[in-house]
Write a protein that binds this ligand. Structure first.
Ligand code: DGL
Length: 267
């Protein structure tokens, strides 16, 4: 069985790249819901529907494990899916599968910091999922969160240097974090602009990028959950699925994954 990875768009590829680099032996299938992108400003109902649709599809493709590599979906839909959807009798066939999000593993990687910054989509910030998870670890943690909704469309468009307003927008978004010691990039797309963020904030600030922490987290999850690990096949394959074709997606995926052509699916 495979490992499924799901995001609305390029963020999932950012994560898939490092997971595959760290664990090339497994079989992966990545679904980008490019038709419904961006998720970040949609209603919770819409995000839930989209997430259920994508996860169901991946489970039907023989995934033992699905990683929701999208903070928006992880913070707005995942808990409901994990708690109520999978155990239902109609879904009993999925009872030995697992669905994992990105919020919890990110929070676990914070270390001893108490003043934490977060940037993410509107819905990720609205959801308060990060502050809730952080407080479970330490009541005294203070989170400064800022929604940065213009970034995903700009990253998806590409050619950031040529987008006139990009630098100014990014600088303005980062003003609240000038004195923070650590900043969580709470959107998988932001891995693509990590260097720009670091440049603006300076080297003293620690940037938590999910594509850097998730491979280790998954490795230790699989080491603990051998019942899942044992189900995973090891043929080193990688499949890419999209709900709408996009030139930028094709370009990046061929740069990062070689000869993999995204397959268009209807969900
Ligand atoms: N990569 C998704 C996330 O982590 C982007 C969401 C979007 O489509 O707006 O939140």
């Amino acid at each position: 069985m495979k490992i499924g990875i799901f995001d609305s768009g390029l963020g999932g590829l950012v994560v898939a790249r490092t997971l595959r680099k760290a664990m090339p032996q497994y079989d992966y299938i990545h679904l980008g819901d490019t038709k419904r992108l961006p998720y970040g400003n949609k209603s919770q109902t819409q995000i839930y529907k989209n997430t259920v649709r994508a996860i169901s599809y991946l489970l039907e493709q023989d995934c033992a494990l699905v990683i929701v590599a999208c903070n928006t979906a992880s913070s707005q839909a995942l808990r409901k899916i994990q708690q109520s959807w999978l155990p239902q009798s109609s879904q009993a066939k999925y009872k030995n599968r697992r669905i994992l999000g990105v919020v919890r593993p990110t929070v676990e990687s914070i270390g001893k910091f108490k003043n934490i910054g977060l940037i993410g989509t509107l819905r990720t910030v609205d959801s308060t999922a990060y502050v809730q998870e952080l407080k479970k670890m330490n009541e005294d943690i203070k989170l400064t969160a800022k929604a940065t909704p213009k970034l995903v469309p700009m990253i998806e468009q590409g050619n950031l240097r040529k987008q006139k307003e990009y630098k100014q927008i990014l600088e303005n978004y980062l003003i609240p974090f000038k004195n923070t010691k650590v900043l969580i990039l709470g959107c998988t797309h932001y891995g693509i602009i990590k260097n720009d963020i670091q440049k603006i904030l300076g080297k003293k600030i620690k940037i938590i990028a999910q594509e850097e922490l998730l491979p280790k987290k998954l490795q230790s999850y699989l080491a603990k959950h051998t019942e899942i690990q044992k189900q995973l096949s090891k043929n080193r394959t990688f499949e890419l699925l999209v709900t709408k074709s996009s030139k930028r997606y094709e370009k990046l995926s061929s740069e990062w994954f070689g000869k993999v052509t995204p397959k268009l699916i209807k969900i």
